[in-house]
Ligand binder design. Structure first.
Ligand SMILES: [Zn+2]
Length: 255
């Protein structure tokens, strides 16, 4: 009896280790995980509205996205890296002036796991300085959360936003990206695309732009309004320095 119990022990330990690793992977990367602090990953489903979000900008390719959004009277949220915003301040300005929302995506797009609380706070704080104090939303680079992140967000009064659907536009072509977006579209969806590729200068975002050319007319046809994350989730006014961005809780219909 005793011998059999000893035989099972290594398997039991392995199983527990595997379960712990699986749990940690989900806690750190899972889009809906709340383990490392409160996370918004979708909006209310009582209005036919979605929030399209763009990570990793600003880049030289962002203006093409802005032109397309303007053509469809669509508003979006851009999670930008502070260092890129300092390199291209006129593009960050243009994003806000067009009525879009800007969120914090760290200063230099690091992976935050296994980092100290001090490092994490510094990344968020530096990006706040680069992007402006009116920035109220935060999305972790690579979607990675870690110990110390929630405290840094609280200190800087940032609300963490993940997503309900992801286009994988950095590795798929326009059609495949658009298909993923169509499948993920439903009232209250928060969808993720990229107007940059990490911090690469002048990135090729042709699959992103191609997917938008397919999706913007489709969303209109389906009666979806494209609004900012703050508007969709009715979380807080964006701040007095964001001209053109309504803090009204009800998304306005696009025409
Ligand atoms: Zn990113």
């Amino acid at each position: 009896m005793d011998t059999r119990r000893v035989d099972y022990l290594p398997y039991l330990i392995l199983l527990l280790v595997a379960a712990f690793v699986g749990f940690m992977a989900w806690a750190v990367r899972g889009k809906s995980s709340q383990v490392f602090g409160p996370t918004i990953w979708h909006g209310p489903d009582d209005v036919r509205a979605i929030a399209v979000t763009f990570d990793d900008g600003p880049s030289e390719s962002t203006p093409e996205v802005l032109q397309l959004l303007a053509r469809y009277d669509a508003h979006a949220t851009f999670f930008q890296c502070g260092a890129s915003a300092r390199r291209l301040p006129e593009i960050t300005r243009a994003v806000r002036e067009a009525g879009h929302e800007v969120g914090n995506h760290t200063e230099r797009h690091p992976r935050l796991w296994l980092r100290s609380s001090g490092f994490i706070e510094q990344e968020l704080e530096a990006a706040q300085r680069s992007l402006g104090a009116e920035t109220r939303l935060f999305r972790p680079s690579f979607g990675v959360r870690w110990f110390g992140l929630a405290a840094a967000e609280r200190k800087l009064e940032l609300t963490r936003v993940m997503w309900s659907g992801i286009g994988c536009d950095w590795r798929l072509d326009a059609e495949a990206t658009a298909k993923r977006l169509k499948d993920a579209t439903r009232p209250g969806a928060i969808l993720l695309l990229h107007d940059g590729r990490e911090m690469q200068p002048a990135p090729d975002i042709s699959s992103t732009v191609g997917a938008l050319r397919i999706m913007l007319p489709w969303w209109r046809e389906q009666g979806y309004h494209l609004v900012t994350v703050s508007q969709l989730c009715r979380i807080s006014p964006i701040g007095p320095k964001s001209p053109g961005v309504s803090s009204s809780p009800s998304p306005k219909p696009s025409t």
